[in-house]
Design a protein around this ligand. Structure first.
Ligand SMILES: *[C@@H]1O[C@H](CO)[C@@H](O)[C@H](O)[C@H]1NC(C)=O
Ligand SMILES: *[C@@H]1O[C@H](CO)[C@@H](O)[C@H](O)[C@H]1NC(C)=O
Ligand SMILES: *[C@@H]1O[C@H](CO)[C@@H](O)[C@H](O)[C@H]1NC(C)=O
Ligand SMILES: *[C@@H]1O[C@H](CO)[C@@H](O)[C@H](O)[C@H]1NC(C)=O
Ligand SMILES: *[C@@H]1O[C@H](CO)[C@@H](O)[C@H](O)[C@H]1NC(C)=O
Ligand SMILES: *[C@@H]1O[C@H](CO)[C@@H](O)[C@H](O)[C@H]1NC(C)=O
Ligand SMILES: *[C@@H]1O[C@H](CO)[C@@H](O)[C@H](O)[C@H]1NC(C)=O
Ligand SMILES: *[C@@H]1O[C@H](CO)[C@@H](O)[C@H](O)[C@H]1NC(C)=O
Ligand SMILES: *[C@@H]1O[C@H](CO)[C@@H](O)[C@H](O)[C@H]1NC(C)=O
Ligand SMILES: *[C@@H]1O[C@H](CO)[C@@H](O)[C@H](O)[C@H]1NC(C)=O
Length: 850
């Protein structure tokens, strides 16, 4: 609006007026001890991390909008160097890597942006975001006082800064970018690099500051950051964090509202009550910028997952799920929290707090600004016991591990432990792969599979032969996950094992990450490391015959290391191969002549790309082979019905890679997590969170579904290509639609809310309501459960308590049936007034959306 006004003015004689107006739009972002100052105003900012390459451009506007509705003022992203500089000076900004488009979408939504350039980012992203080619520029050592590294880092940082300047995207130019980050969590590793580490960190800061961007630079977890940058905190809790200088605002760059997944482990969850607690504590203690890392985690498409062993899903248990749907109740609870905090913004940013101790782990912080406006945060850090405390002559009940927010120092509008937000019932609705409509001449609709089976071992010309094991990563340079190591062993007829029927045992030691062993073209077994320990040992009896036996090892990487001092030097691949059980004892084959081949034949032929689909002779069949290793499958499918997000169900497959229409879905591997892991049925939100505290999914596949963005589908003729390493059942591959089939709410009479506080200003009566909302274009069709009284249980398994209003269902039906959303007031005559007067009553509702 303002800009178009400006353009009209440009064409008139008031050019000068317009010019000054434009200048006032574009002001440097500054700061003081309270907060950032944008266009002269102190700002309290809720920020949401969304990484552009972890979704697709078609999803960006929706994700940004959902973040905005959730109460975000800012979108934060890293910049992914290895996705942008494919080889020195060869830049890419298309598709998922269209950074400028992403920033402009954020701008159009009226939000700010935090640009964490890094360009080292960690982020569970392959190689921490640094291009693999840079490791092979002679003399390069990452992230220290090293000339080649600093040269390329400065060049890329400058490239990005100039791109943003060119597009006028810094706030100082009228754009949305209010902060930029250089380096990333270097403080943990700086001492590992000796004096050079410190020199490098100081160089990075001054290199950044010299870019003159007109917005502050930050460095996170940088414990010796120079005064020219703002040091910031990354952790599950940052209430106790203090920036190095009292003149700087307190900024939390990474609040982890969940955690990432690792193949072979369970599902981490961080309870919404604890996320809200950590955020409320941060603002209670004077924080002014808080970023959820991640707000939408998304997907590690293709081979972008770092690791080793980070899953293709980067869902993160974030407030927006991998598929782009708000995750309830987390998204809703945090939205309520943000509203409550925003009511306190002016007092928080314009006064010094008065701290009041109310008990051993109970405290209040009271902010009163010059206008007399007063806001208070009262917290109970006891991780077991609720407490009733007195504050300003009023008594307040505080659940264990919770914060109450009082925007007027009197009324509680939010308590972090009282989740009023609804929950959703999310299903993955399976759907068989649908063949294209049958042609009239054939008549029957069947899936037509095309199959290409690779021969184990060397295909085509060998790349080289060596009598030692070469390092896997040094050899592939990460152009592929796969490297073949092959050799042969001659077995004399007089070997005892040939006669007595025993099997010799193959022993392999590998630095990682995984391996399939083939003997005479047969898959004998597989082994892999895990997220905490990538080296592994393989030990298995094998069948050998008299004469020459071929040993072919398919070694694999599953994402390169993402962090740690000198992380780029970590190797992978076999280091020892022996066979036990010969007449001579154990034969060490490690210095045999090993023949190497980089990558798969199908990869070289580009079988998954549009222009490579015809580069082999596929075998056409309606019965594709099962349990067949090293197999490429190709099938043409229709898009799944409806418009819900789609996951590819790979539970019946082994391990491999998948593509749709040439777009890289990514690595699939439904490896199960150990049943010995610690999983919980119910998660106790109270007490400090750690990633393994609230795991689920023990003994289940870490990742069963693989996100296929809707925008990758064409109306017909979609080509799905799968490369299966060890054997699966392709006929059981399905698409699943992620569908919200129902909603639940469980609200107690004493749950505060911003709405009721705002309303009570008029009639002095606090009202408590439950809210239900089905997805767009659906309605509440059935009330499956409703009880006003003392219901118990969780969504999907509520039951009546001792106290129950028999009219509950009819009351809720009257208010909600056939509506997209509804509110049900707990007090005020909807339910019988005199019901069990001593109990704190609750309303539990489960509804079906259709
Ligand atoms: C804005 O910041 C830039 C770069 O830091 C600086 O050169 C310029 O003088 C600043 N402008 C104002 C008005 O402070
Ligand atoms: C609390 O009560 C005491 C004694 O009745 C009174 O002196 C004091 O002013 C009250 N404080 C507030 C904040 O109302
Ligand atoms: C068969 O011979 C091998 C090699 O000498 C020996 O290691 C193994 O123990 C024997 N097995 C049986 C069942 O005798
Ligand atoms: C990972 O592997 C190491 C070494 O084999 C083992 O000690 C550890 O228990 C494994 N961890 C998991 C989570 O499986
Ligand atoms: C990879 O190659 C480099 C350069 O030859 C060497 O210094 C390094 O040790 C190798 N890495 C491994 C893990 O073998
Ligand atoms: C077993 O040892 C003999 C004598 O050292 C050697 O000639 C032969 O090659 C060995 N066999 C194998 C399979 O290594
Ligand atoms: C597939 O074959 C065509 C021609 O036969 C060739 O131009 C193309 O490069 C091949 N595709 C790939 C990805 O190798
Ligand atoms: C609201 O209640 C307070 C005491 O609880 C009373 O002093 C005040 O007059 C009431 N306001 C209205 C508008 O009824
Ligand atoms: C019942 O709840 C609805 C919706 O919150 C509200 O509008 C109404 O006033 C309540 N009371 C009665 C008696 O219906
Ligand atoms: C249930 O609803 C009926 C009809 O509206 C009413 O007569 C009855 O009193 C209600 N029962 C209770 C327990 O509120």
């Amino acid at each position: 609006m303002k800009l178009s006004y400006c353009f009209i003015v440009i064409h008139s004689i008031f050019l000068f007026l317009c010019f000054t107006f434009t200048l006032s739009l574009a002001e440097n972002v500054t700061y003081d001890s309270h907060s950032l100052i944008i266009k002269g105003q102190h700002k309290l900012l809720i920020s949401a991390a969304i990484h552009y390459p972890r979704s697709v451009p078609a999803m960006w506007p929706g994700l940004v909008q959902t973040a905005k509705e959730g109460g975000a003022d800012v979108i934060e992203t890293y910049v992914f160097w290895n996705g942008h500089e494919l080889s020195p000076n060869n830049y890419y900004f298309g598709g998922r890597y269209d950074l400028v488009k992403f920033v402009k979408i954020v701008q159009q939504a009226g939000l700010y942006l935090i640009l964490r350039i890094g360009p080292f980012v960690a982020a569970e992203w392959n190689f921490g975001g640094i291009p693999v080619w840079l490791h092979y520029v002679p003399g390069t050592v990452f992230r220290t006082d090293n000339e080649p590294f600093k040269y390329y880092m400065q060049k890329f940082t400058t490239f990005i800064v100039n791109l943003m300047k060119q597009e006028k995207l810094f706030a100082s130019q009228g754009g949305p970018i209010i902060l930029a980050q250089i380096e990333n969590e270097y403080g943990y590793y700086e001492s590992g690099y000796g004096d050079a580490g410190k020199r490098y960190a100081m160089w990075a800061a001054s290199m950044a500051v010299s870019q003159n961007i007109g917005v502050p630079w930050i460095m996170c977890q940088q414990f010796d950051a120079p005064d020219t940058v703002i040091d910031t905190c990354n952790s599950f809790y940052c209430d106790q964090f203090k920036p190095l200088s009292p003149k700087k605002p307190k900024i939390w760059t990474e609040n982890w509202p969940g955690w990432f997944k690792t193949f072979g482990e369970g599902d981490p969850h961080r309870p919404p009550e604890d996320v809200a607690y950590s955020v409320a504590r941060f603002f209670q203690k004077g924080g002014s910028v808080q970023n959820y890392y991640m707000y939408h985690g998304g997907t590690n498409f293709g081979r972008t997952a770092g690791g080793p062993f980070i899953t293709t899903s980067y869902d993160y248990d974030a407030p927006i799920d991998e598929y782009g749907l708000p995750r309830f109740p987390k998204w809703g609870h945090l939205k309520d929290l943000h509203r409550a905090i925003k009511l306190c913004e002016h007092a928080l940013l314009n006064s010094e707090p008065i701290h009041i101790s109310l008990g051993p782990s109970q405290e209040a912080d009271v902010y009163t600004d010059s206008s007399g406006a007063c806001a208070a945060f009262i917290s109970n850090g006891d991780d077991k016991n609720d407490k009733t405390i007195e504050f300003r002559n009023v008594s307040y009940h505080l659940p264990a591990w919770s914060v109450s927010i009082l925007p007027d120092c009197k009324n509680v509008v939010f308590n972090t432990a009282k989740v009023r937000a609804q929950t959703t019932i999310v299903e993955m609705v399976p759907e068989d792969l649908q063949p294209p409509p049958a042609s009239p001449t054939i008549g029957v609709k069947t899936l037509k599979w095309e199959v290409f089976v690779e021969k184990p071992g060397i295909w085509g010309e060998a790349d080289f032969i060596k009598n030692v094991f070469v390092d896997h990563i040094n050899t592939t340079k990460d152009t592929t996950d796969y490297l073949w190591y092959t050799t042969s062993i001659f077995v004399n007829e007089n070997e005892e094992f040939l006669k007595n029927g025993s099997n010799p045992v193959l022993h392999i030691e590998s630095m990682g990450h995984a391996l399939h062993a083939f003997v005479n073209q047969e898959l004998e077994g597989s082994a892999s490391g895990n997220g905490t320990h990538s080296p592994f040992k393989f030990k298995k009896p094998i069948s050998l015959k008299a004469g020459k036996n071929e040993i072919a090892l398919l070694s694999m990487t599953l994402g390169l290391a993402t962090a740690g001092a000198f992380y780029e030097w970590r190797g992978a691949g076999p280091t020892s191969v022996k066979i036990e059980g010969f007449n001579n004892g154990t034969i060490d084959m490690s210095s045999y002549a090993w023949t190497y081949k980089i990558g798969l034949q199908g990869e070289h032929l580009g079988l998954y790309k549009a222009d490579g689909l015809d580069n082999v002779t596929w075998l056409s069949t309606s019965k594709p082979p099962k349990k067949q290793p090293l197999t490429w499958y190709k099938v043409v499918v229709d898009p799944p019905l409806g418009n819900e997000p789609v996951g590819l169900d790979m539970i019946h497959m082994g391990k491999g890679l998948a593509w749709l229409n040439g777009e890289e879905i990514g690595r699939y591997w439904p490896i199960k997590s150990s049943i010995h892991e610690e999983c919980v049925k119910e998660c106790d939100y109270r007490g400090k969170f750690l990633p393994n505290k609230c795991r689920t999914g023990c003994g289940e596949p870490t990742q069963r579904w693989y996100h296929v963005p809707r925008s990758w589908f064409k109306p017909s003729g979609n080509v799905l290509v799968i490369f299966e390493e060890k054997g699966g059942d392709p006929t059981k591959i399905k698409f699943s639609r992620r569908k919200i089939s129902g909603v639940c709410a469980l609200v107690a009479e004493d749950y505060p809310s911003v709405e009721s506080w705002l309303e009570s200003a008029n009639d002095n009566k606090t009202k408590t309501s439950a809210y239900l909302k089905c997805p767009e274009n659906t309605r509440i069709s059935t009330i499956k459960f409703a009880s006003f009284g003392t219901p118990t249980g969780t969504c999907g398994s509520y039951s009546n308590g001792d106290c129950h209003d028999p009219n509950s269902t009819s009351v809720v039906e009257k208010l909600c049936l056939n509506k997209n959303e509804c509110a049900i007031e707990l007090s005020g005559g909807n339910f019988s007034e005199g019901l069990c007067p001593t109990a704190t009553k609750k309303l539990a509702v489960e509804a079906v959306c259709s």
